[in-house]
Design a protein around this ligand. Structure first.
Ligand SMILES: *Cc1c(COP(=O)(O)O)cnc(C)c1O
Length: 405
């Protein structure tokens, strides 16, 4: 998964370019910065690499989602449909613009179930936000069709799927807008950072102003800029963009190592007939940062986890069902509205409903699922070793369970 595993001289060089001028802010100071514009350069690289019209860098992936929603006119009282399996940032962003997160079931793609989305649509629904979890994608054709029929906005949270594609197009560039996160553990990192991608110039222009206190960036200097609307500060710094520039240069290398390691490891798991894999709507487009796999029952999965822990080989495996940050089950702060300040009545009512909402369809999938993260640091030999050990532990757990049964 993480690009930080390949940090080297390139990151240092770009950082030094910035430090040589001392201008670590992305706007203004045109004289002293001596032509060094890392953020602008990175935005250009993003549009070229992922094939989108416009890119606006932000201070984080969460800020990118908030920015995209504001630019797409999603706000107070609007409902945004999101999956029950995601990172907390997805609902945080929805809440931050005053909108209402509507959590629905996932299917074996580990992303939004199109049927669950259809069932959740109300007159207040404004946006469908698929989250391309763990490097692979939602069924975008089905979701696009739903959005078209009901005139809804499609906003892709592609924060975990940098470099993934769907039918030849980069994830994050297919909806009305899409976002990446460049936080420390993402496929490529800035340390902290994010981006909104869109093909709509008006949406881009709004993102540009929104992330910088509403500056229209049309004045002769910053003081002369006008403020056509209220914005906030979600700017990225030049130091973060510098790291990102080095990292985007390594993207193809990162993806090819991930693919190699992923396929070797998967070949061991495939030898176990009880294992099935996540449904991938376009197999070519998986960014290969994880292998997500299922066992037939949660009992068997628990036995397998225990066995892998005993063997000391569980690190790097994620059992999301019990995870505090990625699945509805442990989001007590959301279900019981543990906010620091008052939020709208409509938001409160919607959040309290999660206490009793039936997520059994998602539970039935998540309780049998593990995602194994793929390291860039593994040598081919090490992946073979890991694969053999993992397969042995899983087989042992399965054998033991069948004796008990
Ligand atoms: C990482 C992540 C985010 C938010 O990114 P930050 O840069 O950490 O704010 C949003 N959604 C998903 C699915 C993520 O994994």
């Amino acid at each position: 998964m993480p690009g930080f595993e390949l940090f080297g001289e390139e990151e240092r060089k770009h950082i030094n370019d910035v430090m040589d001028t001392g201008i670590i802010m992305r706007y203004g100071f045109d004289g002293p910065r001596k032509g060094v514009y890392k953020s602008i350069e990175l935005e250009k690289k993003i549009t070229e690499t992922f094939g989108c019209g416009y890119a606006q860098l932000t201070s984080s992936g969460t800020a990118a989602l908030t920015t995209a929603m504001s630019a797409l006119n999603i706000g107070f009282g609007d409902e945004v449909i999101i999956p029950a399996f995601t990172f907390v940032a997805s609902f945080e962003a929805v809440l931050s613009v005053g909108a209402i997160p509507v959590l629905v079931d996932i299917d074996e793609t580990l992303t939004l179930s199109p049927d669950a989305v259809k069932a959740a649509i109300t007159p207040k629904t404004k946006c469908v936000m698929p989250v391309h979890m763990c490097g692979s994608m939602a069924d975008l054709d089905a979701l696009k069709a739903i959005c078209k029929e009901h005139e809804l906005i499609l906003l892709e949270d592609a924060c975990q799927a940098i470099g993934g594609t769907y039918k030849g197009k980069a994830l994050g560039t297919i909806g009305d807008a899409g976002t990446f996160s460049f936080d420390f553990v993402k496929t490529i990192t800035c340390g902290e950072g994010g981006v909104v991608m869109t093909n709509n110039k008006d949406v881009y222009t709004k993102c540009d102003g929104y992330t910088d206190h509403g500056h229209d960036h049309l004045g002769v200097d910053r003081g002369a800029d006008l403020h056509p609307f209220i914005g906030y500060n979600y700017r990225i710094s030049e130091l973060h963009a510098a790291i990102g520039l080095a990292q985007i240069g390594k993207l193809q290398t990162i993806l090819s190592i991930q693919k190699r390691n992923n396929h070797i490891l998967k070949s061991y798991l495939q030898q176990i007939p009880e294992i099935t894999f996540r449904a991938v709507p376009d197999a070519e487009g998986d960014n290969c940062s994880f292998i997500s796999w299922f066992l037939p029952t949660d009992t068997l999965m628990h036995a397998t986890i225990t066995e892998m822990k005993e063997e000391g080989i569980f690190a790097g495996n994620f059992y999301w069902f019990s995870n505090n940050w990625h699945y509805i089950r442990k989001w007590q702060h959301l279900k019981y509205v543990h906010t620091l300040n008052n939020i709208s009545e409509a938001q409160k009512v919607a959040l309290y409903k999660f206490q009793t909402q039936d997520f059994s369809a998602s539970d039935a999938i998540m309780s049998r699922c593990i995602s194994t993260s793929i390291s860039l640091a593994w040598t081919e030999e090490q992946v073979h070793e890991k694969g053999a050990k993992m397969a042995a532990a899983i087989k042992k757990a399965i054998a033991n369970e069948s004796v008990i049964a």
